[in-house]
Design a protein around this ligand. Structure first.
Ligand code: ATP
Length: 365
């Protein structure tokens, strides 16, 4: 089922005695999550991700705007009638109940029309456990499980009520790096298998990019960009989005456009067709540099970091905003970087990996 947010806004009162202006946690959100898709909400701490989820599941009431599940306006529906499954960062499993009892719990509370027979409940619990592959663990208590296993129990508990919508709020942040990787793949698989429209909140851009059909990048309660992960990475609408996506991060320079060419310092770095002459901000992705002896872009070598398949060439350039810049090239090129640190090193720049932004508005041309 698709989810539609229409001009959704949430304001909180400000308790700061010196500043009584309201906090706008979510500011005029309008977007649609297509039926059966997984959308990642992404942004720095405090940008309004959790508030957006809380509005969708009904734990918070919007100050204005509407929420639709399919064609149904659910804005004023209480959380228990929305058919939403939610998984939080702290899985909040009941420690004294077994895995099976934890998953069963939401079904035991169903009332009236929704009440299920014992057999139906058992069937649903088994089905949810099978989906997340924890059938072997049903008799254990949460304290006897690994973090990843607990996370799967929490997902099974959210799935057992057959929700129309699944909301995941930083579900992986308590897991170590390897388990995070594995669990995010599992979440993707489960989501595909069930086809439940899912919204996933994270501040980890790599995580969001790797499993989402679409990402929504947010800043200070305002949507910055919505799109397929690769599309947003390759075509960021503004400097914030460019800087937020990608590791190592995009290299940012003060630049100038003259006669349709981007200059960094005096170096003509790449074409800038259609952009009027002016001072600009340029972002070049680390993978956008090509080592080239007679390349147009001069930098000063600091050192080389070997990262297995690739090497990272660390250098400086007086126009770089970030101090040091990083160029990622294939490890086979490492042999070419034999000069001592402090030497002049030259690159050409792949135009498709360079983005040019207005110096003032920071919007992309
Ligand atoms: P994090 O990644 O740190 O969890 P977030 O993106 O989920 O952050 P929210 O928790 O949605 O951010 O908070 C958005 C803004 O709203 C923040 O400035 C926060 O301080 C504020 N806020 C959230 N809940 C309340 C509340 N109940 N009362 C007042 N302000 C709130």
């Amino acid at each position: 089922m698709k989810i539609v947010l229409q001009n959704l806004t949430k304001k909180f009162p400000n308790r700061n005695k010196k500043n009584r202006s309201e906090i706008i946690a979510v500011n005029d959100f309008t977007f649609e999550v297509p039926d059966g898709s997984l959308v990642g909400l992404l942004g720095p701490s405090g940008c309004g991700k959790s508030t957006t989820l809380n509005l969708i599941c009904g734990l918070e009431k919007p100050s204005s705007g509407k929420i639709f599940f399919g064609e149904e306006d659910v804005t004023n529906l209480p959380p228990e009638n929305r058919g939403v499954g939610m998984v939080f960062q702290n899985y909040a499993l009941y420690p004294h109940l077994t895995v099976e009892q934890n998953i069963l719990f939401p079904l035991q509370n169903l009332k009236g029309k929704e009440k299920l027979s014992k057999q139906e409940m058992q069937k649903r619990v088994q089905e949810a456990a099978r989906l997340v592959q924890i059938e072997e663990l049903m008799e254990r208590r949460p304290g006897e499980l690994s973090g990843g296993q607990q996370q799967r129990v929490a997902i099974a508990r959210a799935l057992v009520k057959m929700p129309r919508v699944l909301l995941l709020d930083e579900p992986l942040s308590n897991l170590d790096a390897r388990l995070r990787l594995q669990t995010r793949e599992e979440i993707r698989k489960i989501q595909r298998a069930t086809g439940i429209t899912t919204i996933f909140v994270t501040h980890d851009q790599e995580e969001a990019m790797s499993i989402s059909d679409q990402i929504v990048v947010m800043k200070d309660g305002v949507i910055q960009q919505i799109g397929r992960p690769q599309e947003v990475y390759d075509h960021p609408d503004n400097l914030f989005v460019a800087k937020f996506l990608g590791t190592p991060p995009v290299n940012v320079f003060d630049g100038t456009v003259r006669s349709g060419v981007l200059y960094i310092g005096d170096d003509p770095v790449c074409p800038a067709p259609g952009i009027p002459d002016q001072e600009v901000t340029a972002g070049i992705r680390p993978e956008g540099f090509l080592l080239q002896e007679d390349g147009p872009f001069h930098c000063r070598l600091v050192g080389v970091e070997v990262m297995g398949r690739d090497i990272s060439i660390v250098c400086t350039n007086s126009a770089a905003r970030t101090g040091q810049i990083r160029a990622i090239v294939g490890a086979s090129h490492a042999a070419g970087v034999t000069m001592p640190s402090g030497s002049d090193i030259r690159f050409s720049v792949k135009p498709e990996k360079a983005a040019i932004f207005s110096r003032e508005s920071e919007e992309r041309f």
